[in-house]
Design a protein around this ligand. Sequence first.
Ligand code: ADP
Ligand code: 3PG
Ligand code: MG
Length: 402
Amino acid sequence: MKTIRDFDLSKKTVLIRCDFNVPMKDGKILDDTRIRKALDTIEYAMDKNAKVVLLSHLGKVKEESDKQKQTLLPVQKRLEELLKKRVIFVNDCVGEQVLEQVKKLKEKEVLLLENTRFQDLDGKKESNNDPSLAQFWASLGDIFINDAFGTMHRAHASTIGIASFLPTGIGFLVEKEISVLKSLFSAPKPFILILGGSKIKDKIGIIKKFAPKCDKILIGGAMAATFLEAEGYQVGASLKETEWIPFCKEMLKKYSSKIILPVDFRCAKQISNQEGEEKDITDLEVDDIALDIGAQTIENFKNHLKDAKTVLWNGPLGAYEFSSYKKGTKEILLYLKDEKEKIKTVVGGGDTVACAMENHLENDLYHLSTGGGATLHYLEDETLVVLEAVEKNNGSNKSQFQ
Ligand code: ADP
Ligand code: 3PG
Ligand code: MG
């Protein structure tokens, strides 16, 4: 796989696809991690005297009025602060203005195009990987570097399309993400998988892939209720997915000694910030909703983690958006932080990483992935559609679109 190191960038116009799809509220960036993680690649290109053109999507753009909410302008401002340098912003991602501004670009200068998904208003050209759009973007530069790890499961014009027209490589962020996630396929044991979150459907791939490889699977979150019901427990009004009970039964039969389920929960009669009550799994009433793992389960999970060398965690163990149901996730995160020297913890999934960030653990766990869907896809398939494009196409498919 070619990386940015393999190219002579000097005096070249280098297009870098980043994933600046950061959480935003009222035009303010709530978490700038994805921007900070893109800096190594951008700064490297600047140091090598490249003219740097950045592309990214932000959110979804379905109608004209979405443009105002989904502008990359706040990202440009944050980038300027982080790079301590002017970042030229073009308030469109196609057209004359773009051509003109890119042409004027000098060595070491950085330019950010407006949200690539603005082109979705024109027949979904970005998301449907329209060849003419990809070709337009490719025409702006000499080299294409894909560093948008979080978007590597999307076959869009700005991700795989451009790679068909230009020499292409990956950036430092993608390189790091892939190397850490790949290491999980032959991770030092004991290897423990922690799963939570709301939907089993989202985790099927990861369960199937890692159940045979790992030593234990600790299950919390809403998905624990479906597993417990499959075991014959009465889980009250907890969020459960009846259609997945047969799958849970099959997994429980096949991996009976590996799968560890909660023995108690913090429950309430409705999902809100109310404190709720801790109950043993055998005591749940029909209107109880299990919203977080209980104290005994937290202890049990810590005990199972004691000898671990590797942990892969996807999905919060409780409804952590509500203050009363953060505890299970937080305690296990802090335990893994304390054991950082012994346990390599890899956290994937947008919500799970947000929990780690909320607890200021960015530098206290082995790896927090910048991908949500991309991380899960890579872990399931050991590849990503955009990675394949970088490997196979690399400017060689020009004729396909001409
Ligand atoms: P990730 O984004 O890390 O992959 P998911 O999207 O799978 O995680 O799951 C996160 C969601 O799961 C959160 O919105 C959280 O509130 C919800 N959740 C976790 N535990 C429960 C629970 N016991 N009841 C209801 N929702 C839960
Ligand atoms: C993400 O946040 O998962 C990526 O940026 C991809 O965004 P999308 O789900 O809107 O395609
Ligand atoms: Mg999520």
